[in-house]
Design a protein. Structure first.
Length: 174
């Protein structure tokens, strides 16, 4: 059963390059007013690039917040006005240097709905082709793409090599 939780007021407490943080005062059905911190994040795409059946491209990148190198599926936020399919094509070009002939939406998830409104759309992409031009990576990215078998990538989740949740989840969808 859906219930209304009216927002009584809202204050912007952080306005960053990637997301905003608001503190909202919300009236709950039991009559109490509750303060909630909410991260407002644009939607994002997660890519499952498949150069052939049974293979997937992962990227190795350094993640400063956790101070470690991680193997992940390519991903990124939508630009304002951009469709999810266009973002999937752009991110594929930027992160692994290839363009997909086909994109297929295989799932939509909220990774942290307790405090963030980001929706992640997961795309299986294939028909990977070399583009005519190169794309620049974001300034905070140093990416090393590598092709793995799906079995090897799933084994990396099982043995703790892959600890990125979006990657672990997405690998169950193909």
């Amino acid at each position: 059963m859906d219930e209304e939780f009216p927002r009584l007021d809202s204050q912007l407490v952080f306005d960053g390059r990637i997301f905003k943080v608001r503190v909202d005062r919300v009236r709950f059905p039991h009559g109490r007013d509750v303060r909630l911190e909410v991260v407002r994040h644009p939607p994002s795409v997660v890519l499952i690039p498949m150069p052939s059946a049974g293979e997937v491209v992962l990227v190795r990148q350094f993640r400063y917040p956790v101070n470690r190198w991680m193997w992940e599926l390519p991903a990124g936020s939508l630009d304002p006005g951009e469709t999810p399919e266009a973002a999937a094509r752009r991110e594929c070009h930027e992160e692994i240097g290839l363009l997909p002939a086909r994109t297929e939406l295989v799932g939509r998830f909220y990774p942290t709905p307790g405090y963030c409104d980001e929706e992640m759309m997961i795309f299986r992409i294939d028909g990977l082709e070399q583009p005519r031009s190169t794309a620049e990576q974001d300034e905070d990215e140093i990416l090393e793409p590598k092709t793995f078998t799906l079995a090897a990538a799933r084994a990396m989740v099982q043995d703790g090599t892959i600890t990125d949740m979006k990657t672990a989840l997405a690998l169950t969808l193909v």
